[in-house]
Design a protein around this ligand. Sequence first.
Ligand code: PGA
Length: 229
Amino acid sequence: MLIAGNWKMYKGPSEALAFCRAFVPPEGVEIVVCPPFSALREAMATGLTVFAQNVHWEREGAFTGEVSAEMLLELGVAGSIVGHSERRRYFGETDETTARRAKRALDAGLAVVACVGELEEERERGETPAVLHRQVSVLPRHERLVVAYEPVWAIGTGKTATPEIAQQAHGLIKTILDAPVLYGGSVKPENAEELLVQRDVDGALVGGASLDIDSFTAICETAARLSRS
Ligand code: PGA
């Protein structure tokens, strides 16, 4: 079981350091925090496993605003998220660029959490299986690849997919690609258990609730308890 906290554009170096110092990770569950680039070093200094939120597909070059896998590895970062729906929506990320980022990062030695998920109107039109197929089939096969199923309509909206919806999507993703699949989208202490007990839910990618130490700890403790049982 893996619980990853995606902090998005929250927490600068001092806040990240204070959070990571105070956070006591429960035993028996893999935990990752994903701070903004500027706080990676502080988070890592506390001994937690740290992933970036994005990574470029070239080693170096004229790519203003981007950071390469080698640069992350030099810092000691263990992995990166790629293809988050906010990257797709606001920064023109596509299935193709997501796959390129994932491939390069994996080849360089990072772990990758690749995000997929349908929009609300795609779900309403019954297109979820086709969308997931399109997004997942381009991802590279690799032992360090983890997929995160994040239905876009459930991110930051308070609308969580029902456990049945999550299970169905995760099962489908696993028929396309054999990798662990995290659920993401309004995961909080109150709904973590019902999602994490689903057969094909291998963990969670937590946004908003990972910013607060008590709610993130509670989710991690739920995951640890379920892993032990
Ligand atoms: P949320 O975000 O938990 O705030 O819905 C999840 C994510 O975007 O990874």
